[in-house]
Design a protein around this ligand. Structure first.
Ligand code: ZN
Length: 693
């Protein structure tokens, strides 16, 4: 499972609510080399429509031992080798379309400038979304030039020497004609995936991804001889359903062989448990069998200590409306030791916090264990994991493995840092009552957000004891309010303890900064109850649980304390946090009540709390927020440019170092990635063509 951050602007607003696991606030991690610092370097590279393009940095890489650098290098090669698979899963025409676009972009000589600019815009969106569908809406986006202008551009590029993915006997002109509906017609294959198809249409037939071919959802569900879940495509051929298995010798043979080759090369540099996991993964790629997938999941979870790790395979099922087929993805990362140490400190002291929870002592737990997650820095994310990336990951998804062997959680530190650092100052200022408040958020917002997020995850959810008669299942009593109540409880734990001297004693924040950090967190939490209304375009009711919990907390504090004032200026509304001590006192009182509600399964009280404070809002206020947000023009999602690694070879041919640089250019990186897999892509497309009528 993944947590994603949908908008740069709301990084602060969402960090607490969507991060899958904890992060620590230790900012003392020194850069390994005297390079640019986090404060002066370039994060935001460009805007493409509603997408931001942002550079990711991995400062700790240069300081890693050679063995780990070499391991990472081989793993990133494996991550690149499978990148094309996901394009094909997203759309059956995805790879051909990308080849056409890249042919033109790399051979712009003679292309009419306005047409070229439009093709470049479209191509960047295509790269960011791994195909022609918007990552957030799943809706197809199209080229805004005319088909004739596009045709002329292709002809000019061909003249300049560009190679196009034509089939035997096909002219470039007929290739463009063949792909024209995909490039230009928004009504052709309009959705990549839809869970609510138009009336009368089938779930699968209305979803134009490439995980199924010619199959309806009824047929797929009644296909009882299915043997391969995540790693196969279900196809109807001559009236019969067959599974095309993703494995060596099966579908994506050329790509998977390359992945396996690089994983094999990585093994000598891995720790023993990691080498065992890599072996299991290679075996799964070879056989495709579910039993080997299970063995791999177990081996991967068993490796908890390796400083480097990878996720590589058919993993998440978000683009399959039936939730069965796995999208290919790969990530390579190392543990950010400084930040992980902060998380471990909280976990180690979980009982200290439990003993001081501001609720009735009978709800305090003995022997509480904090939840530990690794804070990591990613080096590469491909397939379903990049260029748009999650900020938290918890795997494996297999429920049986989770119950019997546990799971691993990571929070992507350097991704979150890039989100926060690329945030627009304009939006921050728009909703801050004073310039001092905006400055405090800029200075401390992400630091404080990380700290409360860690507490939310590590000591929040893990805390508290409930009445025995609930039999460990408070959700059966609190019902539809449970998720929001529990998220609220975990948020309140973070808000309560960030103001405690303990965080200074643990070395998580300097004594001199503590008051400012607390104030920035309380101000930001309050402000974001207003700003988050932008996410609800229709109606006057909030459904999403994380949003309900924030509304509930802020509006309860407004009604029950003097910590927050609602102010107006120039027709604009502001939520202003004015008294941190009153805020914390209120948080403690509310937390005691929320814990009581959970512990006693008090449905009526939960319902009243949310009905009064958490669900309803004034649509006029939302409209005002939308207008103000629109004026600051924040991106709605972000595509990340990864670091670039390069091995240095010694006289014997062995790797003597791996260097890291930052391309700061989406186009350069995407073209490099595509050229790295030219051969396996050609082999795959050729194989596809021979089997098509
Ligand atoms: Zn949570």
């Amino acid at each position: 499972m993944k947590s994603r951050l949908l908008s740069v602007t709301l990084a602060g607003a969402l960090a607490t609510s969507v991060l899958g696991c904890g992060k620590s606030p230790e900012s003392a991690q020194a850069p390994a080399a005297p390079v640019e610092t986090a404060s002066n370097r370039q994060y935001l590279l460009e805007r493409v429509d509603d997408a931001a393009v942002v550079q990711i940095y991995a400062d700790g890489f240069s300081g890693l031992p050679l063995k780990e650098k070499t391991l990472i290098w081989h793993l990133t090669q494996a991550a690149l080798a499978g990148r094309d698979i996901f394009y094909d899963q997203v759309s059956a025409r995805g790879l051909e379309m990308r080849d056409v676009l890249e042919a033109i972009v790399t051979h712009p000589e003679g292309v009419e400038p306005a047409t070229l600019a439009e093709i470049q815009r479209y191509t960047k969106l295509f790269w960011i979304n791994n195909g022609p569908y918007h990552d957030l809406t799943a809706r197809k986006f199209v080229l805004a030039c005319t088909p004739d202008a596009f045709r002329a551009a292709a002809a000019a590029s061909a003249k300049a020497g560009a190679q196009f993915p034509v089939v035997a006997g096909e002219s470039i002109d007929s290739l463009i004609t063949r792909l024209q509906p995909m490039f230009f017609d928004p009504e052709v294959a309009p959705f990549n995936t839809t869970k609510t198809p138009p009336k009368g249409q089938d779930l699968l037939s209305a979803s134009f991804n490439n995980l199924y071919s010619g199959v309806t959802s009824t047929e797929a569900k009644s296909f009882t001889s299915a043997r391969y879940g995540l790693n196969s495509r279900l196809v109807k051929q001559n009236g019969e359903l067959t599974e095309e298995v993703y494995r060596v010798g099966g579908r994506y043979d050329a790509q998977i062989k390359e992945i396996a080759r690089h994983l094999e090369a990585a093994k000598p540099f891995a720790t023993e448990p990691m080498a065992r996991a890599l072996d299991a993964l290679i075996k799964w790629y070879q056989t495709g069998e579910a039993s080997d997938r299970l063995a791999y999941d177990i081996a991967w979870v068993a490796d908890r200590e390796s400083p480097v790790d990878t996720i590589n395979g058919f993993t998440e099922t978000y683009i399959d409306p039936l939730g069965i087929k796995g999208s290919w993805e790969a990530l390579v990362f190392y543990v950010n030791a400084g930040k992980t140490a902060g998380i471990k400190k909280l976990a180690a002291d979980a009982q200290w916090f439990e003993d001081r929870m501001p609720w009735d002592p009978k709800y305090r737990k003995a022997g509480v264990k904090g939840i530990t997650a690794n804070a990591i820095d990613v080096l590469i994310e491909t397939g379903d994991a990049g260029p748009t990336t999650p900020i938290g990951i918890n795997l494996p998804n297999d429920q049986i493995v989770r119950e019997q062997h546990g799971s691993k959680s990571v929070s992507l530190s350097n991704v979150l840092e890039s989100y926060n650092r690329s945030e627009s100052a304009a939006t921050r200022q728009e909703f801050s009552w004073t310039p001092e408040e905006a400055a405090r958020t800029e200075k401390w917002g992400s630091f404080a957000g990380e700290m409360t997020t860690n507490m939310h995850e590590v000591i929040g959810h893990a805390s508290g004891q409930i009445a025995a008669r609930l039999k460990g299942k408070p959700e059966n009593f609190i019902k539809e309010y449970f998720a929001a109540l529990e998220e609220g409880r975990a948020d309140l734990v973070g808000l309560y303890f960030i103001a405690d001297q303990k965080v200074v004693d643990l070395g998580l924040v300097a004594a001199a900064d503590h008051a400012d950090v607390v104030r920035a967190e309380y101000e930001g939490y309050t402000r974001n109850a207003l700003v988050q209304l932008r996410r609800i375009r229709q109606g006057s009711q909030i459904e999403e649980d994380h949003m309900r919990n924030r509304q509930m907390i802020v509006h309860w504090l407004m009604a029950s304390t003097k910590a927050i004032e609602k102010r107006e200026r120039d027709g604009k509304t502001f939520y202003v946090m004015v008294d941190p001590a009153a805020f914390r006192e209120g948080v403690g009182r509310l937390l005691a009540e929320v814990q009581r509600i959970k512990a006693e399964g008090d449905f009526a009280a939960a319902k009243k709390l949310f009905d009064t404070h958490g669900i309803h809002f004034d649509p006029k206020l939302r409209d005002q927020v939308l207008t103000r947000i629109k004026a600051t023009n924040p991106p709605s999602y972000t595509g990340f440019v990864m670091p670039k690694l390069q091995p240095v070879f010694g006289a014997s041919g062995a790797v003597t170092d791996v260097t890291i640089t930052y391309p700061k250019n989406l186009t350069t990186q995407m073209l490099e990635y595509s050229s790295a897999t030219r051969e396996s892509r050609a082999a795959f497309l050729a194989a596809e063509r021979t089997r098509k009528p």
